[in-house]
Write a protein that binds this ligand. Structure first.
Ligand code: ATP
Ligand code: MG
Length: 407
C-alpha cells in the first residue's frame, strides 16, 4: 500500500471538457492521482468518499459556481483544510480576490500554463505536507506533555502522604503504648475519663486504627504506581532512543486506559488478555512506541464498543476482549506485538485506507483519522519495523507490528 505522498490525489472541478481533459492528462502524466468533477455538486459529493490533497476549482460553472463550492468545502470540518486553487480568466482581478477571501490558497489563470500549474501545485502540496506533519507532532507531544505534567504534579503530594504515613503510624503506636500504661496504672479513672472512653469507643479505635493505616498505605502505593506508569508512558525525562522493556510500555498504557476497560451502564467490562513471551530490551523511542500502543488500543476499545452497540440484545453473551501477544521473530532480530480485538472489524475497503492521514469512519469530532497514520510513521518510517492489519468484518481485527531489537 502506498502511504506516502507520491500518489497525491488531486480533484479537478471544471465544466469545460477540453480544460478537464488537458489538465487531467497533464497531471496524470506527472504522476498525480487525478479525479474529476464536472460541476460543484458532484465535486462536493466526490470529496465525501475520498478526501483529495488538493482541489483545482473553476470559478465559472453552471449550478453552484466555484465560489459557492469553495464556501461549502470550507464550511465542512472534514474538507475545510483541503487546499483549493481557483482557475479564473486572466483579467478577473475581482474573482481572484474573492477566491482568496473565501479561503483558496492560490489561483491560476486561463489559458493554462503547464509549468506554472505544476509549480504552484507542488508548492501547495509541500505546504500541506508540512502542515499535516505539524498536526501529527502536536498530537504526539501534547498527550505526552499532559501525562508527564500530571505525573509530576501528583508525585510531590503523594510523597508527602506516603512519607508521613509511617511517622504517623509510629507516633500513634507510641501514644497507644502510653495510653495502655496509664490504663494499667490508673485503677480508678475519674468519671470524665470514663465517659470519654465510652463516647469515643476507645476499644474500637484501638482495633480499627491499624486497618485504617493499612488501607491508606495500599492507597498511596497504588497512586505511586500510577504515577510511575504515567512516567513510563510519557518518558519525557529520557533521551530519545534507548533500550526499553516493551512490556512495561504496554502495561503503562493499559494502566492509563484502565478506566475505559471498566464496565459501563451500557456494556460489561472489556477483558484484556496478555500473552507475553520473554523479550530482550528493544532499542527505540519509548514515548513514541507507547503512543502507538495507545492509538491501537483506543481503536480496539472503540471497535468493541461499536460492535456491542449493534448487538444490544445479547449483551451478556457478547463480551469485549482485547488480546495482546508478544514474541521474538524467528531470526530473533525483531520483537512482534499483536493486538487483537473482537470488535466491529473492517471491510477490505476500509482496511486499505486505515493508515492514510485523516481517514476515519468515526463521527466528526470523535476521530481525526491520524491515530494509525502516526502509528505507521513511528513504526515503519522511524523504527524501520512493520505494521500490518488483518480483519474480518463483524468479528474483529488484529494489528501486528514488528520492531527491530537493535534499532
Ligand atoms: N481495531 C479496529 N477495528 C475496526 N476498525 C478500526 C480499528 N482500528 C482502526 N479502525 C478503522 O480505521 C480508522 C482509522 O483509524 P485511526 O486511528 O487512524 O483514526 P480514528 O480512530 O478514526 O481517529 P483518531 O485520529 O482519533 O485515532 C478508524 O476510523 C476505523 O474505521
Ligand atoms: Mg484512532
Amino acid at each position: 500500500m502506498n502511504l506516502n505522498w507520491q500518489q497525491d490525489a488531486i480533484l479537478i472541478v471544471d465544466d469545460t471538457p477540453t480544460n478537464l481533459k488537458l489538465l487531467f492528462e497533464m497531471l496524470n502524466n506527472s504522476g498525480f492521482k487525478v479525479s474529476i468533477a464536472k460541476n460543484g455538486e458532484s465535486a462536493l459529493e466526490k470529496v465525501h468518499d475520498i478526501i483529495p490533497n488538493l482541489i483545482l476549482l473553476d470559478v465559472m460553472m453552471p449550478g453552484i459556481d466555484g465560489f459557492e463550492t469553495c464556501r461549502r468545502l470550507k464550511a465542512n470540518p472534514k474538507t475545510k483544510d483541503i487546499p483549493v486553487i481557483f482557475m479564473t480568466a486572466l483579467a478577473d482581478t475581482v474573482d481572484k480576490v474573492k477566491g482568496l477571501q473565501l479561503g483558496a490558497v492560490d489561483y491560476i489563470t486561463k489559458p493554462i500554463e503547464y509549468e506554472e500549474v505544476l509549480a504552484r501545485i507542488n508548492v501547495h502540496l509541500e505546504l500541506r505536507k508540512t502542515q499535516l506533519k505539524l498536526i501529527q507532532k502536536e498530537k504526539m507531544s501534547s498527550l505526552g506533555v499532559l501525562v508527564a505534567g500530571i505525573a509530576h504534579e501528583i508525585n510531590n503530594p503523594v510523597n508527602f502522604i506516603s512519607g508521613n504515613l509511617s511517622h504517623a503510624q509510629r507516633y500513634i503506636d507510641d501514644l497507644f503504648k502510653l495510653l495502655n500504661l496509664y490504663e494499667i496504672n490508673t485503677s480508678h479513672p475519674i468519671p470524665e475519663i470514663q465517659d470519654l472512653h465510652q463516647e469515643i469507643e476507645l476499644d474500637f479505635i484501638k482495633q480499627d486504627l491499624p486497618q485504617v493505616f493499612a488501607s491508606m498505605l495500599v492507597g498511596t502505593s497504588r497512586v505511586k504506581k500510577i504515577v510511575q506508569a504515567l512516567r513510563v508512558f510519557s518518558r519525557l525525562d529520557e533521551s530519545e532512543i534507548k533500550s526499553v522493556d516493551l512490556h512495561e510500555g504496554i502495561d503503562s498504557t493499559l494502566m492509563i486506559l484502565n478506566n475505559r476497560f471498566k464496565a459501563k451502564s451500557e456494556r460489561s467490562e472489556i477483558e484484556v488478555i496478555k500473552n507475553y513471551t520473554q523479550l530482550p530490551l528493544v532499542e527505540c523511542n519509548a514515548g513514541e512506541i507507547n503512543q502507538v500502543f495507545m492509538n491501537i488500543l483506543v481503536n480496539a476499545i472503540d471497535a468493541i464498543e461499536e460492535s456491542l452497540m449493534t448487538k444490544k440484545d445479547s449483551l451478556t453473551e457478547n463480551k469485549g476482549a482485547i488480546q495482546i501477544y508478544t514474541a521474538l521473530t524467528h531470526n530473533q532480530k525483531s520483537a512482534i506485538i499483536k493486538i487483537s480485538d473482537n470488535g466491529i472489524g473492517m471491510s477490505q475497503d476500509v482496511q486499505i485506507r486505515i493508515f492514510d492521514q485523516f481517514f476515519t469512519t468515526k463521527p466528526v469530532g470523535q476521530g481525526t483519522g491520524l491515530g494509525l497514520a502516526i502509528a505507521h510513521q513511528v513504526i515503519v518510517e522511524k523504527h524501520r519495523g512493520t505494521l500490518e492489519v488483518t480483519s474480518v468484518p463483524k468479528q474483529g481485527s488484529e494489528f501486528i507490528m514488528t520492531i527491530p531489537v537493535n534499532g
